[in-house]
Design a protein around this ligand. Structure first.
Ligand code: HEM
Length: 408
């Protein structure tokens, strides 16, 4: 492996040119060598895949195993305070995003009905109502207020709680533990505590649902004797975490991005029919869930390189979504662009199960917010907005906003 690219301290994943653009080091690498050898902080060699075509091809190829994905208990390379990397990594029952077929297929199949397009369409009106009620509450507050606390986080949390049958009153437990779990520089002890907090809570909940089912997804799953309590907990953990953190970050960071592009914001306000395409473009442009891990279960050719069996591979969806070979002027936000084909929901067997739900939430959220708050603006200078460079899902920690009038 010649020309390895040393990655000095962790991964150079901080967006440095603006709060939105990919890290310049990654962009340069993508344009020079979209499938690049790299050195992990512990000295072992792996690959970084950044080109659109290569990322898409990789995600479609199940020889790139997902068993090292999301690093529930450790990173796939040696990290201070984490257990030594082992192969395959320890698995948490039920968390099928980190499984390969056929284990993955068995579990994902049980949820496809609950999240399919038709079912989500039936829920659309209800999701719009949820967003509108949250906007009513926001309108009653005296600005400046934090849009994350009062809008971006509650909307997807309320929706996923209702779908899963998790009491919204318990949100502090799962929101705090989920946020902790997603911190980059977390000690193993703290990570285990966050996982433990969520799983203890969910174990009680699914055990109750197995005994006394109600009308919700976790009750339906608990009625399936083929699933163990541990698997139900793992599925609940994954759905709860994926179901609120990602969309919340899209709503808040997306609003920030629109406020920074006032002409496009004005166009969207004037013509709400543009919202669905704008949502796809914001998904592409912001790529809040950026980094995913795979490992090669075979020797595999990718983008003219040979990735040896056993190599750890890092994928950057952000870099792929900003690849000029796929999207013209990729670092420009353009709500008129047909951005479908972006990889922000992944691709292949693990493609996001909640994507229809997320789209409905984002369309309802952005359309409602722009209509109801025609004078919305940042309450602090853009340069002071705290970015989530310290978290595994990108976004803003707070978005202080203000307004002078509201609309019905
Ligand atoms: C998988 C992104 C919303 C549930 C994924 C993957 C991505 C992603 C990139 C693929 C992971 C991989 O290949 O390893 C997002 C983004 C969202 C979002 C950006 C919001 C804007 C949601 C919601 C749910 C959800 C609302 C709710 C249930 C899942 C699940 C998987 C997944 C269960 C695993 C699928 C599998 O392994 O088969 N998501 N997601 N996501 N997402 Fe989402």
């Amino acid at each position: 492996m010649s020309q390895t690219v040393p990655i000095p301290h962790g991964l150079p994943m901080d967006r440095d040119a603006s709060p939105f653009d990919p890290p310049s080091q990654i962009t340069r690498l993508r344009d020079a060598r979209p499938v690049s050898p790299m050195v992990f902080p512990d000295g072992h060699q792996g690959w970084l895949v950044t080109g659109y075509e290569a990322v898409r091809q990789l995600l479609a190829d199940t020889r790139f195993s997902s068993r090292q994905d999301i690093g529930i208990l450790h990173m796939p390379y040696e990290t201070p305070g984490m257990p030594a990397p082992t192969e395959p990594s320890p698995q948490m029952p039920g968390v099928f995003v980190a499984m390969d077929p056929p284990d993955h297929t068995r579990l994902r199949r049980k949820l496809i009905g609950a999240f399919m397009v038709k079912r989500m369409k039936q829920l659309e009106e209800h999701i719009i109502d949820t967003a509108e009620r949250q906007l009513d509450e926001l309108a009653r507050l005296t600005p400046p207020v934090d849009l994350v606390t009062h809008f971006a986080l509650p909307v997807p949390s309320l929706v996923i709680c209702e779908l899963l049958g998790v009491p919204y009153a318990d949100r502090e437990t799962f929101q705090a533990n989920s946020a902790k779990f997603l911190e980059k520089d977390i000690t193993l002890e703290d990570k285990m505590a966050a996982v433990g907090g969520l799983t203890t809570y969910l174990a009680e909940l699914v055990t109750r649902k197995r005994a006394e089912p109600s009308e919700d997804i976790l009750s339906d799953l608990a009625g399936d004797e083929d699933l163990s309590i541990e698997e139900l907990v793992g599925i609940g953990f994954m759905l709860l975490l994926a179901g609120h953190e990602t969309t919340a970050n899209m709503l808040a960071l997306g609003t920030f991005a629109l406020l920074e592009h006032p002409e496009q914001l004005a166009e969207l306000r004037a013509d709400p029919d543009l919202v669905p395409d704008a949502v796809e473009e914001l998904m592409r442009y912001l790529s809040v869930a950026d980094i995913f891990f795979r490992y090669a279960a075979d020797d595999i050719e990718l983008g003219g390189e040979t990735i040896n069996k056993g190599s750890t591979v890092i994928v950057s969806l952000l870099a792929a979504n900003h690849d000029p070979k796929r999207f013209d002027n990729p670092d420009t936000l353009d709500i008129h662009r047909k951005a479908r084909g972006h990889l922000s929901f992944g691709h292949g067997v693990h493609q996001c199960l909640g994507q229809q739900l997320a789209r409905i939430e984002m369309r309802a959220g952005f359309a409602g917010l722009l209509r109801r708050f025609p004078t919305l603006e940042l309450a602090i200078p853009a340069s002071e907005v705290r970015l989530k460079t310290d978290m595994n899902i990108y976004g803003v920690h707070e978005l202080p906003v203000t307004w002078t009038e509201t609309a019905p």
